[in-house]
Design a protein around this ligand. Sequence first.
Ligand code: SAM
Length: 216
Amino acid sequence: MSMVPEPGILAAFEAAKGFMPADEGLALYAAAAEAGRLGLPLLEIGTYCGRSTILLADAARTAGVTALTVDHHRGSEEQQPGWDYHDPETVAPELGLMDTLPIFRRTLHRAGLEDHVVALVGRSPRIAALWAAPLALVFIDGGHTDEHATADYEGWAPHVAEGGLLVIHDVFPDPVDEFTGQAPHRIHQRALASGAFTDVSATGSLRVLRRTGAGI
Ligand SMILES: C[S@@+](CC[C@H](N)C(=O)[O-])C[C@H]1O[C@@H](n2cnc3c(N)ncnc32)[C@H](O)[C@@H]1O
C-alpha cells in the first residue's frame, strides 16, 4: 500500500478550497494509509470544503475502509464574515450564512471519491455522544477555541483503537506562531499527559500520535 497519494489525488487536494499546506497533507495521507491497515474507519472532525477529506478518502479507498467526516458546515469563528479566514464564496446568499456542504460535495465528486466517504452533518459533540465504534484514525481539525478542541478530544479520542492514530492540526507550541489560538496545542499536550498516546511525528503544525495505552 502506497504511503504517498497518486498525482491525480494530490492535484485534487491542491485544487480544493482550504488551508492545509502540501507537506502536512502528505503527512496526513501517510498516517491515514498506515492506520487503514487496522481495517477500521478513518474519521475527520472539520470537513470544510473537503480539502483534507480527499486524502482520507483516497487512503480509505486503498485500505478498503470508509472515511467519515464531521462538520456542521456553518464555519468556525475565524471563517465568519469580517474575520481573516473568511471566503465570501462559502456564504449561501439566500441564507446569509456559510454553507460549505455543497462545495464539499462537488469537491469529492470531482475527485471521484464520493463512494468512500460518509459525511456526518452536525455538531461534533452531538455526534460523538452517539458514537460507539472503534476508529483507526481520528483527525481533529474542527473549531479552534478551547471549548471546541477540548470537546473534540474528549468526544473522539477515546474511540481511537489500540495501535490507531490521533492526528491534530494547527498545533502551535510557540504563541508567536499561532494564528487561530493554542487550543490544539493544549489538547496535544493533554493527549501525551494521559499516557494513552505517544508522539509519532510532527510536520508543520500537524501532529501524529499513536494510541498505546488505555485511560484517556
Ligand atoms: C479549519 S476548518 C477544516 C479544514 C479542513 N480540514 C481542510 O483541510 O480544508 C474547520 C471546520 O470545522 C467546522 N467546525 C467547527 N466547529 C465545529 C463543531 N463544533 N462541530 C462540527 N464542525 C465544526 C467548521 O464548520 C469548519 O468547516
